[in-house]
Ligand binder design. Structure first.
Ligand SMILES: Nc1ncnc2c1ncn2[C@@H]1O[C@H](COP(=O)(O)OP(=O)(O)O)[C@@H](O)[C@H]1O
Ligand SMILES: N[C@@H](CCC(=O)OP(=O)(O)O)C(=O)O
Length: 376
Protein backbone atom coordinates (compact mmCIF):
# COMPACT_ATOMS: atom_id res chain seq x y z
CA UNK A 1 0.00 0.00 0.00
CA UNK A 2 1.39 3.40 -0.85
CA UNK A 3 0.22 4.93 2.45
CA UNK A 4 3.37 4.00 4.26
CA UNK A 5 3.24 6.70 6.87
CA UNK A 6 5.26 4.88 9.52
CA UNK A 7 8.40 5.91 7.69
CA UNK A 8 7.37 9.58 7.62
CA UNK A 9 9.77 11.24 10.04
CA UNK A 10 9.01 14.89 9.56
CA UNK A 11 5.45 16.11 9.50
CA UNK A 12 4.01 19.54 8.86
CA UNK A 13 0.54 19.72 10.39
CA UNK A 14 -1.75 22.52 9.29
CA UNK A 15 -4.78 23.34 11.42
CA UNK A 16 -7.31 25.52 9.67
CA UNK A 17 -9.40 28.40 10.93
CA UNK A 18 -12.59 26.44 10.37
CA UNK A 19 -11.48 23.97 13.04
CA UNK A 20 -9.69 26.15 15.54
CA UNK A 21 -12.52 28.40 16.45
CA UNK A 22 -15.79 27.94 18.22
CA UNK A 23 -17.88 29.30 15.37
CA UNK A 24 -15.69 32.35 15.19
CA UNK A 25 -15.98 33.00 18.91
CA UNK A 26 -12.44 32.50 20.14
CA UNK A 27 -10.33 29.37 20.14
CA UNK A 28 -11.62 25.85 20.68
CA UNK A 29 -9.40 24.98 23.64
CA UNK A 30 -10.59 21.40 24.01
CA UNK A 31 -9.79 20.70 20.37
CA UNK A 32 -6.34 22.27 20.65
CA UNK A 33 -5.65 20.28 23.80
CA UNK A 34 -6.56 17.06 21.98
CA UNK A 35 -4.21 17.79 19.05
CA UNK A 36 -1.36 18.80 21.31
CA UNK A 37 -1.80 15.64 23.39
CA UNK A 38 -1.43 13.59 20.21
CA UNK A 39 1.50 15.67 19.07
CA UNK A 40 3.27 14.86 22.31
CA UNK A 41 2.71 11.16 21.70
CA UNK A 42 4.02 11.42 18.14
CA UNK A 43 7.10 13.23 19.35
CA UNK A 44 7.78 10.42 21.77
CA UNK A 45 7.76 8.13 18.74
CA UNK A 46 10.55 10.26 17.28
CA UNK A 47 8.51 12.21 14.77
CA UNK A 48 9.56 15.80 14.13
CA UNK A 49 6.58 18.07 13.98
CA UNK A 50 5.98 21.55 12.71
CA UNK A 51 2.61 23.15 13.20
CA UNK A 52 1.08 25.69 10.86
CA UNK A 53 -1.76 27.13 12.84
CA UNK A 54 -4.41 29.62 11.84
CA UNK A 55 -6.69 31.19 14.44
CA UNK A 56 -5.02 34.51 15.22
CA UNK A 57 -7.82 36.67 13.90
CA UNK A 58 -10.50 34.65 15.70
CA UNK A 59 -8.58 34.71 18.99
CA UNK A 60 -7.98 38.44 18.66
CA UNK A 61 -11.62 39.16 17.99
CA UNK A 62 -12.55 37.39 21.19
CA UNK A 63 -9.94 39.22 23.25
CA UNK A 64 -11.03 42.54 21.82
CA UNK A 65 -14.71 41.74 22.35
CA UNK A 66 -15.57 42.00 18.66
CA UNK A 67 -18.48 39.80 17.67
CA UNK A 68 -18.25 40.24 13.91
CA UNK A 69 -15.19 39.76 11.77
CA UNK A 70 -13.96 43.18 10.60
CA UNK A 71 -13.67 43.80 6.88
CA UNK A 72 -10.91 46.39 6.89
CA UNK A 73 -7.41 44.99 6.44
CA UNK A 74 -5.99 47.09 9.26
CA UNK A 75 -8.58 45.91 11.75
CA UNK A 76 -7.97 42.32 10.73
CA UNK A 77 -4.26 42.89 11.21
CA UNK A 78 -4.82 44.42 14.63
CA UNK A 79 -7.01 41.48 15.65
CA UNK A 80 -4.39 39.03 14.39
CA UNK A 81 -1.69 40.83 16.34
CA UNK A 82 -3.64 40.56 19.59
CA UNK A 83 -4.80 37.03 18.85
CA UNK A 84 -1.44 35.61 17.82
CA UNK A 85 -0.18 36.10 21.37
CA UNK A 86 -3.20 34.27 22.74
CA UNK A 87 -2.80 31.47 20.23
CA UNK A 88 0.82 30.78 21.10
CA UNK A 89 0.07 30.96 24.80
CA UNK A 90 -2.56 28.25 24.44
CA UNK A 91 -0.24 25.92 22.51
CA UNK A 92 2.64 26.56 24.87
CA UNK A 93 0.49 25.80 27.93
CA UNK A 94 -0.58 22.45 26.53
CA UNK A 95 2.89 21.57 25.23
CA UNK A 96 4.44 22.33 28.61
CA UNK A 97 2.44 19.47 30.11
CA UNK A 98 4.70 17.18 28.10
CA UNK A 99 7.79 19.26 28.94
CA UNK A 100 8.01 20.48 25.38
CA UNK A 101 8.43 24.05 24.19
CA UNK A 102 6.59 25.65 21.35
CA UNK A 103 8.06 28.53 19.37
CA UNK A 104 6.46 31.21 17.27
CA UNK A 105 7.56 31.71 13.67
CA UNK A 106 5.65 34.28 11.62
CA UNK A 107 6.30 34.35 7.90
CA UNK A 108 5.30 36.41 4.90
CA UNK A 109 5.48 35.37 1.29
CA UNK A 110 8.56 37.56 0.84
CA UNK A 111 10.43 35.62 3.49
CA UNK A 112 10.23 32.50 1.37
CA UNK A 113 10.86 34.25 -1.96
CA UNK A 114 14.08 35.89 -0.90
CA UNK A 115 16.85 33.26 -0.94
CA UNK A 116 18.66 34.64 2.05
CA UNK A 117 15.60 34.88 4.23
CA UNK A 118 14.52 31.47 2.96
CA UNK A 119 17.77 29.95 4.17
CA UNK A 120 17.59 31.79 7.46
CA UNK A 121 14.07 30.52 8.08
CA UNK A 122 15.23 27.05 7.14
CA UNK A 123 18.21 27.11 9.49
CA UNK A 124 16.15 28.41 12.39
CA UNK A 125 13.44 25.82 11.91
CA UNK A 126 15.96 23.03 11.63
CA UNK A 127 17.67 24.08 14.83
CA UNK A 128 14.34 24.28 16.61
CA UNK A 129 13.56 20.73 15.48
CA UNK A 130 16.96 19.51 16.59
CA UNK A 131 16.28 21.06 19.99
CA UNK A 132 13.00 19.20 20.22
CA UNK A 133 10.92 22.37 20.05
CA UNK A 134 7.61 22.38 18.16
CA UNK A 135 7.66 25.42 15.85
CA UNK A 136 4.24 27.00 15.45
CA UNK A 137 4.01 28.91 12.22
CA UNK A 138 1.43 31.40 11.03
CA UNK A 139 1.38 34.14 8.47
CA UNK A 140 2.72 37.42 9.81
CA UNK A 141 -0.73 38.96 9.46
CA UNK A 142 0.11 42.14 11.35
CA UNK A 143 2.48 43.34 8.65
CA UNK A 144 1.51 41.35 5.54
CA UNK A 145 -0.08 43.67 3.02
CA UNK A 146 -2.34 42.35 0.27
CA UNK A 147 0.54 41.87 -2.19
CA UNK A 148 2.71 39.79 0.10
CA UNK A 149 0.03 37.68 1.73
CA UNK A 150 -0.31 33.95 1.45
CA UNK A 151 -3.93 34.58 2.44
CA UNK A 152 -4.71 30.99 3.25
CA UNK A 153 -2.47 28.86 5.41
CA UNK A 154 -2.61 25.86 3.06
CA UNK A 155 -0.13 27.51 0.71
CA UNK A 156 2.05 28.54 3.62
CA UNK A 157 2.03 24.99 5.00
CA UNK A 158 3.05 23.53 1.64
CA UNK A 159 5.90 26.00 1.33
CA UNK A 160 7.04 25.05 4.82
CA UNK A 161 6.89 21.38 3.79
CA UNK A 162 9.17 22.25 0.82
CA UNK A 163 11.44 24.35 2.99
CA UNK A 164 11.99 21.56 5.48
CA UNK A 165 11.69 18.70 3.01
CA UNK A 166 8.99 17.21 5.16
CA UNK A 167 7.83 13.67 4.46
CA UNK A 168 4.19 14.39 5.14
CA UNK A 169 1.89 17.40 5.08
CA UNK A 170 -1.26 16.86 7.13
CA UNK A 171 -4.01 19.38 6.46
CA UNK A 172 -6.65 19.16 9.15
CA UNK A 173 -9.96 20.65 8.19
CA UNK A 174 -13.70 20.53 8.91
CA UNK A 175 -14.47 17.86 6.27
CA UNK A 176 -13.60 14.16 6.10
CA UNK A 177 -11.26 14.91 3.20
CA UNK A 178 -11.54 15.82 -0.46
CA UNK A 179 -14.89 14.93 -2.02
CA UNK A 180 -15.61 14.70 -5.73
CA UNK A 181 -17.68 17.87 -5.23
CA UNK A 182 -18.35 20.26 -2.35
CA UNK A 183 -20.26 18.20 0.26
CA UNK A 184 -21.88 21.31 1.65
CA UNK A 185 -23.68 21.82 -1.62
CA UNK A 186 -24.24 18.23 -2.68
CA UNK A 187 -25.23 15.45 -0.26
CA UNK A 188 -24.24 12.83 -2.87
CA UNK A 189 -20.63 13.94 -2.93
CA UNK A 190 -18.23 11.00 -2.56
CA UNK A 191 -15.06 11.02 -0.45
CA UNK A 192 -11.83 10.27 -2.32
CA UNK A 193 -9.53 8.00 -0.40
CA UNK A 194 -6.38 8.23 -2.48
CA UNK A 195 -5.41 10.48 -5.37
CA UNK A 196 -2.35 11.55 -7.29
CA UNK A 197 -0.96 14.95 -6.26
CA UNK A 198 -0.97 17.30 -9.22
CA UNK A 199 -3.87 15.58 -11.03
CA UNK A 200 -5.61 18.56 -12.74
CA UNK A 201 -8.97 16.79 -12.48
CA UNK A 202 -8.91 17.38 -8.71
CA UNK A 203 -9.02 21.14 -9.12
CA UNK A 204 -12.38 20.84 -10.83
CA UNK A 205 -13.77 18.93 -7.86
CA UNK A 206 -12.51 21.33 -5.23
CA UNK A 207 -14.49 24.41 -4.31
CA UNK A 208 -13.91 27.50 -2.20
CA UNK A 209 -14.12 28.00 1.55
CA UNK A 210 -17.07 26.42 3.31
CA UNK A 211 -17.57 29.01 6.01
CA UNK A 212 -16.82 32.65 6.70
CA UNK A 213 -14.05 31.47 8.99
CA UNK A 214 -11.86 29.65 6.51
CA UNK A 215 -10.05 31.12 3.55
CA UNK A 216 -9.15 29.21 0.47
CA UNK A 217 -11.36 26.14 0.79
CA UNK A 218 -10.41 22.88 -0.92
CA UNK A 219 -8.82 24.47 -3.97
CA UNK A 220 -5.93 25.81 -1.97
CA UNK A 221 -5.53 22.43 -0.24
CA UNK A 222 -5.39 20.55 -3.55
CA UNK A 223 -2.83 23.06 -4.84
CA UNK A 224 -0.91 22.74 -1.60
CA UNK A 225 -0.69 18.97 -2.13
CA UNK A 226 0.82 19.53 -5.61
CA UNK A 227 3.29 21.99 -4.22
CA UNK A 228 4.30 19.70 -1.36
CA UNK A 229 4.81 16.85 -3.85
CA UNK A 230 7.43 18.94 -5.66
CA UNK A 231 9.84 18.25 -2.82
CA UNK A 232 8.55 14.72 -2.37
CA UNK A 233 6.07 15.17 0.49
CA UNK A 234 2.83 13.22 0.60
CA UNK A 235 -0.26 15.14 1.72
CA UNK A 236 -3.20 13.99 3.75
CA UNK A 237 -6.34 16.08 4.04
CA UNK A 238 -8.06 14.79 7.14
CA UNK A 239 -10.96 15.52 9.48
CA UNK A 240 -9.43 17.49 12.34
CA UNK A 241 -12.28 16.94 14.75
CA UNK A 242 -12.26 13.14 14.50
CA UNK A 243 -11.03 11.42 17.68
CA UNK A 244 -7.30 10.80 17.83
CA UNK A 245 -6.96 11.73 14.21
CA UNK A 246 -3.20 12.27 14.24
CA UNK A 247 -2.52 8.97 15.97
CA UNK A 248 -4.83 7.16 13.59
CA UNK A 249 -2.98 8.66 10.63
CA UNK A 250 0.29 7.55 12.16
CA UNK A 251 -0.98 4.02 12.69
CA UNK A 252 -1.77 3.78 8.99
CA UNK A 253 -5.56 3.90 9.25
CA UNK A 254 -7.09 4.97 5.97
CA UNK A 255 -8.65 8.25 7.00
CA UNK A 256 -9.03 11.37 4.88
CA UNK A 257 -7.68 11.80 1.37
CA UNK A 258 -4.14 10.72 0.68
CA UNK A 259 -2.21 12.51 -2.09
CA UNK A 260 0.58 10.36 -3.46
CA UNK A 261 3.58 12.54 -4.22
CA UNK A 262 4.22 10.57 -7.40
CA UNK A 263 7.98 10.36 -7.47
CA UNK A 264 10.36 9.10 -4.83
CA UNK A 265 11.23 11.74 -2.28
CA UNK A 266 14.89 12.00 -3.08
CA UNK A 267 14.34 12.18 -6.81
CA UNK A 268 11.70 14.87 -6.30
CA UNK A 269 13.94 16.81 -3.98
CA UNK A 270 16.83 16.68 -6.43
CA UNK A 271 14.73 17.67 -9.39
CA UNK A 272 13.32 20.50 -7.31
CA UNK A 273 16.74 21.77 -6.32
CA UNK A 274 18.28 21.40 -9.74
CA UNK A 275 15.34 23.07 -11.43
CA UNK A 276 15.17 25.95 -8.99
CA UNK A 277 17.95 28.29 -10.00
CA UNK A 278 20.75 29.01 -12.44
CA UNK A 279 24.26 28.52 -11.07
CA UNK A 280 25.89 31.80 -10.14
CA UNK A 281 29.36 30.52 -9.38
CA UNK A 282 31.78 27.62 -9.48
CA UNK A 283 33.65 25.90 -6.68
CA UNK A 284 36.75 23.92 -7.60
CA UNK A 285 37.17 20.82 -5.45
CA UNK A 286 40.18 18.66 -4.75
CA UNK A 287 40.07 14.94 -5.43
CA UNK A 288 39.33 14.07 -1.79
CA UNK A 289 36.27 16.30 -1.68
CA UNK A 290 34.98 14.87 -4.96
CA UNK A 291 35.34 11.38 -3.52
CA UNK A 292 33.45 12.04 -0.26
CA UNK A 293 30.69 13.87 -2.07
CA UNK A 294 30.24 10.99 -4.50
CA UNK A 295 30.88 8.05 -2.26
CA UNK A 296 29.66 9.16 1.13
CA UNK A 297 27.08 11.78 0.25
CA UNK A 298 28.90 14.19 2.58
CA UNK A 299 28.40 17.91 2.92
CA UNK A 300 31.00 20.09 1.22
CA UNK A 301 33.49 21.53 3.70
CA UNK A 302 35.89 24.42 3.03
CA UNK A 303 38.91 22.15 3.38
CA UNK A 304 38.18 20.47 0.04
CA UNK A 305 37.75 23.66 -1.99
CA UNK A 306 40.74 24.94 -3.92
CA UNK A 307 39.21 27.93 -5.72
CA UNK A 308 35.95 29.81 -6.01
CA UNK A 309 34.65 31.86 -8.92
CA UNK A 310 31.57 33.98 -9.49
CA UNK A 311 29.60 36.61 -7.69
CA UNK A 312 27.24 34.61 -5.52
CA UNK A 313 25.41 35.25 -2.29
CA UNK A 314 24.39 32.93 0.52
CA UNK A 315 21.61 30.73 -0.80
CA UNK A 316 22.63 30.89 -4.46
CA UNK A 317 23.12 27.82 -6.58
CA UNK A 318 26.73 27.01 -7.53
CA UNK A 319 28.45 24.32 -9.58
CA UNK A 320 31.12 22.13 -8.05
CA UNK A 321 33.83 20.89 -10.42
CA UNK A 322 36.60 18.31 -10.05
CA UNK A 323 40.30 19.11 -10.58
CA UNK A 324 39.80 18.53 -14.33
CA UNK A 325 36.97 21.04 -14.46
CA UNK A 326 34.14 18.50 -14.88
CA UNK A 327 30.95 19.24 -13.00
CA UNK A 328 30.37 16.81 -10.15
CA UNK A 329 27.55 18.47 -8.23
CA UNK A 330 25.38 21.52 -7.75
CA UNK A 331 24.16 22.97 -4.52
CA UNK A 332 23.03 25.93 -2.47
CA UNK A 333 25.89 27.71 -0.74
CA UNK A 334 25.77 28.79 2.87
CA UNK A 335 28.17 31.66 2.26
CA UNK A 336 28.70 34.49 -0.21
CA UNK A 337 31.72 34.42 -2.54
CA UNK A 338 33.86 36.73 -0.36
CA UNK A 339 33.17 34.52 2.67
CA UNK A 340 34.05 31.36 0.75
CA UNK A 341 37.35 32.94 -0.31
CA UNK A 342 38.24 33.51 3.34
CA UNK A 343 37.60 29.85 4.11
CA UNK A 344 39.22 28.13 1.12
CA UNK A 345 41.15 25.01 2.06
CA UNK A 346 40.76 25.55 5.80
CA UNK A 347 40.02 22.82 8.31
CA UNK A 348 37.81 23.24 11.37
CA UNK A 349 40.65 24.29 13.69
CA UNK A 350 41.76 27.05 11.37
CA UNK A 351 38.16 28.18 10.92
CA UNK A 352 37.59 28.37 14.67
CA UNK A 353 40.84 30.30 15.08
CA UNK A 354 39.67 32.78 12.47
CA UNK A 355 35.98 33.09 13.24
CA UNK A 356 35.61 31.96 16.86
CA UNK A 357 32.94 29.46 17.73
CA UNK A 358 31.64 28.43 14.34
CA UNK A 359 28.29 26.67 14.24
CA UNK A 360 28.09 26.31 10.47
CA UNK A 361 31.12 24.75 8.79
CA UNK A 362 29.59 23.42 5.62
CA UNK A 363 29.87 25.48 2.48
CA UNK A 364 27.07 23.33 1.05
CA UNK A 365 25.01 21.10 3.30
CA UNK A 366 24.46 17.62 1.88
CA UNK A 367 20.68 18.17 1.81
CA UNK A 368 21.29 21.06 -0.54
CA UNK A 369 23.72 19.18 -2.75
CA UNK A 370 22.77 17.31 -5.90
CA UNK A 371 25.33 15.09 -7.59
CA UNK A 372 25.36 15.97 -11.27
CA UNK A 373 24.75 12.38 -12.32
CA UNK A 374 21.49 12.52 -10.30
CA UNK A 375 19.91 15.25 -12.32
CA UNK A 376 21.28 14.29 -15.67
N1 LIG B 1 -14.61 18.97 -3.12
C1 LIG B 1 -14.65 19.37 -1.84
N2 LIG B 1 -14.46 18.47 -0.85
C2 LIG B 1 -14.49 18.85 0.46
N3 LIG B 1 -14.69 20.13 0.85
C3 LIG B 1 -14.88 21.08 -0.09
C4 LIG B 1 -14.87 20.74 -1.48
N4 LIG B 1 -15.06 21.89 -2.19
C5 LIG B 1 -15.18 22.88 -1.29
N5 LIG B 1 -15.08 22.44 -0.02
C6 LIG B 1 -15.20 23.27 1.17
O1 LIG B 1 -13.90 23.55 1.72
C7 LIG B 1 -14.08 23.80 3.13
C8 LIG B 1 -12.75 23.71 3.88
O2 LIG B 1 -11.94 24.82 3.55
P1 LIG B 1 -11.83 26.11 4.50
O3 LIG B 1 -13.21 26.59 4.85
O4 LIG B 1 -10.91 27.07 3.85
O5 LIG B 1 -11.23 25.47 5.80
P2 LIG B 1 -9.85 25.63 6.59
O6 LIG B 1 -10.04 26.77 7.51
O7 LIG B 1 -9.72 24.32 7.29
O8 LIG B 1 -8.75 25.89 5.60
C9 LIG B 1 -15.10 22.76 3.51
O9 LIG B 1 -15.83 23.13 4.64
C10 LIG B 1 -15.98 22.60 2.27
O10 LIG B 1 -17.20 23.25 2.36
N1 LIG C 1 -3.43 33.80 9.37
C1 LIG C 1 -4.87 33.78 9.62
C2 LIG C 1 -5.50 32.55 9.06
C3 LIG C 1 -5.66 32.46 7.56
C4 LIG C 1 -6.72 31.39 7.29
O1 LIG C 1 -7.85 31.48 7.74
O2 LIG C 1 -6.29 30.29 6.65
P1 LIG C 1 -7.06 28.87 6.56
O3 LIG C 1 -6.93 28.21 7.88
O4 LIG C 1 -6.25 28.16 5.51
O5 LIG C 1 -8.48 29.02 6.15
C5 LIG C 1 -5.15 33.73 11.15
O6 LIG C 1 -4.32 33.23 11.90
O7 LIG C 1 -6.23 34.16 11.55
Amino acid sequence: MSRDLKTAQRWVIKIGSSLLTNNGQGLDLAAIEAWVTQILVLRRHGIELVLVSSGAVAAGMERLGWSTRPTSLHQLQAAASVGQAALIQVYEDFLRRGNVHGSQVLLTHEDLQDRQRYLNARSTLRILLEMGVVPIINENDAIASAEIRFGDNDTLAAMVANLLEADLLVILTDQAGLYDRDPRHDPHAGLLSEVQAGDPELLRMAGGAGTMLGSGGMITKVRAASRAAQSGAATLIAPGSADNILLRIWSGEEVGTYFRPGVAKLAARKRWLAGQLRPSGTLHLDAGAVRVLREKGSSLLPVGITASEGDFQRGDLVRCVDPEGHEVARGLVNFAQHEVLLRLGKGSKALCALFGDVDEFEIIHRDNLVLSSDHG
